[in-house]
Write a protein that binds this ligand. Structure first.
Ligand code: SF4
Length: 460
């Protein structure tokens, strides 16, 4: 079957993509972070005392130069001292958790940014050793230590340091290989450089390599994106994240440096998405939700087939921990009681940690309805199905009656063949996998709270 016909077989058409391409949460958490309120008297971290497994996320916000498309929380600087003193504060924040967290094994450590490899090897070592003194960090093949790397600045010798520290997964921001596109986003990086790093990482024992790609960038065309994907396929990463570029210069200052006239139209972006999916699937990658792809023998694909896939702030995972501690500016943490997030700006983060040991400024306590919907959203995003009997038992009411407004919201998706609704289950069809988050959003009580209010106002 050719690439084009695979897409056609699922009827993934421009019309369908356009119909469901509006803003929709990615559901790396439920409720989504934009719902969090002032931390006030919340103490969701109290539940850390009872966890059996833990994930750690560390945010390193520094970058050497500005990529014009970027919407991340970062600081552009070439003053290394800033990163080094930030690390002192981050370790101070970690110490705040020392008497709050059980001695649970850390099964995932993820370094994100910014550019985590902005830290030199000495500080990378200092960070992991410092964290080891506080949390139960034991590297090994059964734990995931991952790092986001910038292929323009990652040193081959740093790969050795990372492996010594236990890192076994590497993700690289590629975005696009076309020189004109790279120039327009101020991110020049040759495919040969990426190839050399990929092969060095494999030789040194990284067992999972992931690439990030973006479509919708200035000067990108379907043909240029296809050439990038061709080259990516030759380099054979294990996983690929394919993101859509949203040009929002009024919200993100960096994007004002992008020539709006050079950005592709909405219709062109849909064609790019279709072409990218077709090319990746033809090369043997399987899609996981809307924007992630992996090789069929990758554990994510195996878990998806076995209904064991889970989701956290880093996206899909096979290893969900009971809780996540996020360290650094803007980092989010969670336990079974709720969420808390650190101050976004480095200056405010540093000041808060120095003053109280913690930079948590907003959060959320989960109530019974949140827990129910968190379960539903994760089932839909990961298992692509809901067992109505199971959920009915949880709410002590027939599913169809209890969730009548949600089913009404899903009716157009049922009509479009994205969802199959029968007496026993609600199932996302192969055609609907691309729209899993649209389906999940029908159950998001916070997203639809305004609608309810409007309805209640009318009745009153
Ligand atoms: S895309 Fe990555 S490297 Fe570029 S500015 Fe943003 S965080 Fe930094």
């Amino acid at each position: 079957m050719t690439a084009a016909t695979q897409c056609e077989a699922r009827d993934l058409t421009p019309e369908l993509l356009a119909r469901y391409s509006g803003p929709c949460p990615r559901y790396t958490s439920y409720p989504t972070a934009d719902r969090f309120g002032p931390i006030g008297g919340l103490h969701p971290w109290d539940a850390l005392r009872d966890v059996k497994t833990l994930s750690l996320y560390v945010h390193i916000p520094f970058c050497h130069s500005l990529c014009y498309f970027c919407a991340c929380n970062k600081v552009i600087t070439n003053q290394y001292g800033l990163a080094s003193s930030y690390l002192d504060v981050l370790l101070e924040e970690a110490r705040w958790y020392k008497d709050k967290v059980a001695d649970a094994p850390v099964i995932q450590l993820h370094l994100g940014g910014g550019t985590p490899t902005f830290l030199n090897d000495t500080d990378l070592r200092r960070m992991v050793e410092g964290l080891s003194g506080i949390f139960n960090l034991t590297p090994g093949k059964d734990v995931e230590y991952s790092i986001e790397a910038d292929p323009r600045t990652l040193r081959i010798e740093t790969l050795d340091t990372l492996r010594e520290l236990g890192f076994n997964r590497l993700s690289k921001g590629i975005q696009d290989f076309n020189p004109q596109v790279q120039k327009a986003i101020n991110r020049l990086c040759g495919a040969d450089q990426v190839a050399a790093l990929t092969s060095a990482a494999r030789d040194k024992g990284f067992n999972s390599i992931s690439y990030d790609l973006i479509y919708g960038l200035p000067h990108q065309t379907v043909a240029s994106l296809e050439r990038t994907i061709e080259r990516v396929i030759e380099l054979a990463p294990d996983r690929i994240a394919l993101y859509h570029y949203a040009h929002l210069p009024h919200r993100f200052k960096a994007q004002r440096l992008i020539d709006t006239d050079a950005t592709p139209s909405a219709a062109d972006k849909i064609d790019m998405q279709l072409a990218a999916v077709a090319a990746l699937e033809a090369a043997g990658f399987e899609s996981l939700g809307m924007d992630h792809f992996a090789r069929p023998d990758d554990e994510l694909c195996r878990a998806a087939r076995e209904g064991a896939l889970k989701r956290n702030f880093q996206g899909y995972t096979v290893m969900p921990a009971d809780a996540l501690v996020g360290l650094g500016a803007s980092a989010i943490s969670y336990t079974s009681d709720g969420f808390w997030q650190n101050q976004h700006k480095v200056k405010e983060y540093v000041a808060a940690v120095k003053e109280t040991g913690s930079a948590a400024f907003r959060g959320w306590t989960l109530d019974a309805d949140d827990r129910l919907r968190q379960h539903i959203v994760m089932e839909l995003m990961c298992r692509m199905a809901l067992d109505k009997a199971e959920i009915s038992a949880m709410v002590r009411a027939p599913f169809d009656a209890y969730f009548a407004p949600e089913l009404a919201r899903l009716a157009p998706m049922v009509a479009d063949g994205l969802v199959q609704d029968d007496a026993a289950s609600l199932r996302i069809t192969p055609r609907g996998r691309w729209f899993a988050r649209n389906v999940a959003s029908a159950f998001d009580a916070h997203l639809h709270a305004g609608e309810n209010q409007t309805r209640y106002s009318r009745v009153l």
